[in-house]
Design a protein around this ligand. Structure first.
Ligand code: ADP
Ligand code: MG
Length: 697
């Protein structure tokens, strides 16, 4: 236990360290900044910087970096050393408040969309004192936000932090009106559950597609897949278990609350869930978790795949974004309590989420739109591309009774009885699970299940926060003008149900019939990334972000362009990899098998009197496929050239979705048939079976 206490957060300049190392008044000012968002002075920053440096140097650190999250989706760092000449012959280790507060990376190498022309190459990073500095690979990392010199946000964290502030202000306003005057801040809390695959490194590295694109572009199904459901929650293999232990230790050092780990549905698939924290910290921690997952895997001779769909026919990986809002007095505003019908505060905040998700369903959908995630959504393993909300029957009944003003009787909690005396009975959870819902109420939080495994959670959360803030502002106005705020709350809930209940769906989201039903309800069904991204810049959505000061119109269009570009580039790389593997690996391998078969035919004929029917039929079949493959590859190459000549943007992205992807699938279909008919020793790379069952002990 003691050991664990020492380990947890040992690589973090955390509160307890700050308390010991900072003068009392400085510590208090920093704490106030963290809790209330008050700006810090240069003097305070100087003292903090020095204490941070001393702590880091004692831990063997010589360099620091501003650590930020540009629009590439991965984190960025640029290392500087602490050394300063001492004016004589030596150096001293120094780190000033100025260096802590501000960094100046060259912004021109990071995606900026159309913003590039409006600012010079210079960018800046600004310290986020609410997320603790930490030591990673012997470097002091300082969490920062990243923007252009002229003030445009160039990262994922800036809008997230702005949206947390906006939501806090709107929620506090509402709470004050309804009498909760001691609340000063409202905090967005997030716990992201992370799925991933582990493959033996040597096996994985033999696949060009995994190396270049993170997923397999070819592969006939293995005889065994996930049909037995024997992997989910199954016993963890020794190598994986050692990996998980090591991963936990590395995450704990960084103060990351890794808690639950288990096997997932697909072979070689696993999940890690942290304990929730404040949204910006959760975002930093999730980025770090993904990075460390990959690094620790390398150490254990494995490759960690975070792609949303590494294998066709096998479940892909998602990231469940558990989200709630709490007051600084420690109250979870989405906690229904024993009797939700008589809990107006809960009903009000629940209503705000319902209205926000309905009004901005297109935005939420756009926040999870990536090339990889397109293979997951709607593929019978993840929610379809249609946003709806699951509230459970009990809560729905409460809302229905408010809507039609009917009497509501509280249902008694049902008791679960196993029929075995020795096993204690327990009350059934009132919110039964609906694993098919993209946005499910799970007792005291909402679980957004659409994000793909590689996504930064900043996107969905800044959208959710802003949308809810906007709705709360409307409620505040109504409540301010009401004589009886409680009655007004019920009237707000009634209106929300009248206008927005179409978004509530407790049924099976995977069912074919839901698509038609959703269409009747007028819900969006944005099937792929280009369609979803287009909605990000719809007028009503631009208005929302501009109104709340989260993003300017230019910033929004820049993000839209960057995301389209990321999409097109990802598919372009996949298409080129498809061509390369088909032409240079698969075709020659099949040709050599055919040649050997043909040699056998010749030998047999020399001997005479032996049948060559089998060899000839295989040769014939494969020869036909060889011709088909070369034609399919040529057709794909033609389209790749066309795409390259198109200007970047919406139309090009749609071309990748509508033309290039199907042409890639044509190539794959032929190649997979070849694989099934070619002797294994000739096949140029590991098969699905080799990959999915690469870790056996
Ligand atoms: P469940 O059984 O509903 O999956 P868990 O307790 O296992 O619930 O939580 C799943 C994830 O949700 C965890 O990462 C957890 O930290 C997170 N979570 C729990 N409560 C909250 C909350 N109030 N806000 C945000 N995330 C939360
Ligand atoms: Mg979950």
């Amino acid at each position: 236990m003691d050991k664990m206490n020492e380990l947890f957060g040992s690589a973090v300049f955390e509160d307890s360290v700050q308390k010991v190392r900072l003068p009392d008044n400085i510590y208090k000012q920093l704490r106030k900044t963290k809790e209330e968002g008050t700006p810090l002075t240069r003097e305070v920053a100087d003292v903090v910087a020095n204490a941070m440096k001393d702590w880091a140097v004692e831990n063997g650190v010589t360099h620091f970096t501003h650590w930020f999250q540009p629009m590439t989706g991965v984190t960025a760092e640029k290392h500087d050393s602490f050394i300063q000449p001492d004016g004589i012959d030596h150096v001293i280790m120094e780190f000033s408040g100025k260096e802590l507060i501000k960094g100046e990376p060259d912004a021109s190498s990071f995606p900026s969309g159309g913003l590039r022309s409006t600012f010079e190459a210079r960018g800046y990073t600004a310290w986020d004192p609410t997320s603790n500095a930490f030591i990673k690979d012997g470097i002091l990392c300082i969490p920062t936000v990243f923007g252009s010199y002229t003030g445009e946000a160039l990262d994922k964290k800036t809008p997230l932090m702005r949206s947390m502030e906006a939501l806090s202000q709107s929620a506090v306003k509402v709470l004050h009106i309804i009498g909760d005057t001691d609340v000063k801040r409202v905090i967005t809390t997030v716990g992201p559950e992370q799925e991933y695959f582990l493959i033996d490194r040597k096996v994985a590295l033999k696949r060009k597609d995994i190396t270049y694109t993170g997923r397999t572009l070819f592969g006939a199904p293995a005889p065994k897949g996930q049909e037995l459901d024997d992997h989910y929650f199954g016993v963890v293999k020794r190598r994986v278990s050692e990996y998980m232990k090591d991963l936990d230790r590395e995450l704990w050092k960084l103060g990351i609350l890794a808690k639950t780990k288990h096997n997932e549905v697909a072979p070689a698939q696993h999940e890690l869930a942290p304990i929730f924290s404040q949204a910006n910290v959760a975002t930093d921690h999730n980025q770090l978790t993904m990075e460390i997952m990959k690094k620790v895997a390398e150490k254990h001779g494995m490759k960690c795949l975070l792609h949303e769909k590494p294998f066709e026919g096998i479940n892909g990986s998602g990231k469940h974004n558990n989200w709630s809002i709490s007051t600084d007095t420690g109250e979870n505003l989405l906690k229904p309590g024993k009797n939700p019908h008589d809990n107006p505060k809960f009903l009000l905040f629940l209503s705000a989420v319902i209205e926000a998700v309905d009004k901005y369903q297109d935005l939420l959908r756009s926040s999870v739109a990536t090339a990889g995630n397109d293979h997951r959504l709607g593929a019978n393993e993840a929610p379809p591309a249609i946003i709806s909300m699951f509230l459970g029957d009990d809560l729905k009944a409460v809302l229905d009774s408010i809507e039609d003003d009917s009497n509501f009787k509280n249902k008694k909690k049902e008791v679960m009885n196993s029929g075995i005396d020795a096993i204690p009975d327990f009350a059934k959870d009132t919110t039964d699970r609906n694993r098919t819902s993209p946005f499910a109420f799970t007792g005291n939080k909402f679980e957004f299940r659409m994000p793909g495994s590689a996504l930064s959670i900043a996107g969905p959360n800044f959208i959710l926060n802003t949308a809810v803030a906007d709705v709360l502002d409307g409620y505040a106005e109504r409540l301010e003008n009401a004589d009886d705020t409680t009655a007004e709350i019920y009237s707000i809930v009634r209106d929300t149900m009248k206008n927005h209940k179409r978004i509530i769906f407790n049924g099976n989201n995977y069912a074919e019939s839901w698509v038609g039903e959703a269409e009747k309800r007028g819900l969006c069904n944005l099937k792929n990334t280009p369609a979803a991204l287009k909605m990000f810049v719809a007028d009503k959505n631009v208005d929302l972000f501009v109104k709340h000061g989260i993003l300017t119109k230019d910033e929004m269009f820049a993000r839209y362009e960057i995301n389209l570009e990321n999409y097109s580039k990802a598919i372009n790389i996949e298409a080129k990899t498809t061509v390369e593997m088909a032409k240079r690996d698969i075709a020659p391998a099949v040709a050599s098998y055919v040649k050997d078969l043909a040699d056998t035919v010749v030998s047999k004929k020399q001997i005479g009197g032996i049948t060559t029917e089998f060899e000839e039929s295989v040769i014939n079949h494969l020869s036909e496929l060889e011709l088909k493959l070369s034609k399919a590859v040529a057709a794909l190459e033609t389209e790749i050239k066309k795409a390259a000549e198109m200007p970047e943007g919406q139309e090009q992205a749609e071309f990748f979705a509508d033309v290039i992807l199907p042409k890639m699938n044509d190539v794959r279909a032929v190649a997979d048939e070849m694989e099934e008919n070619t002797a294994e020793t000739y096949w140029p790379f590991p098969t699905y079976g080799d990959l999915l069952f690469s870790i056996q002990e």
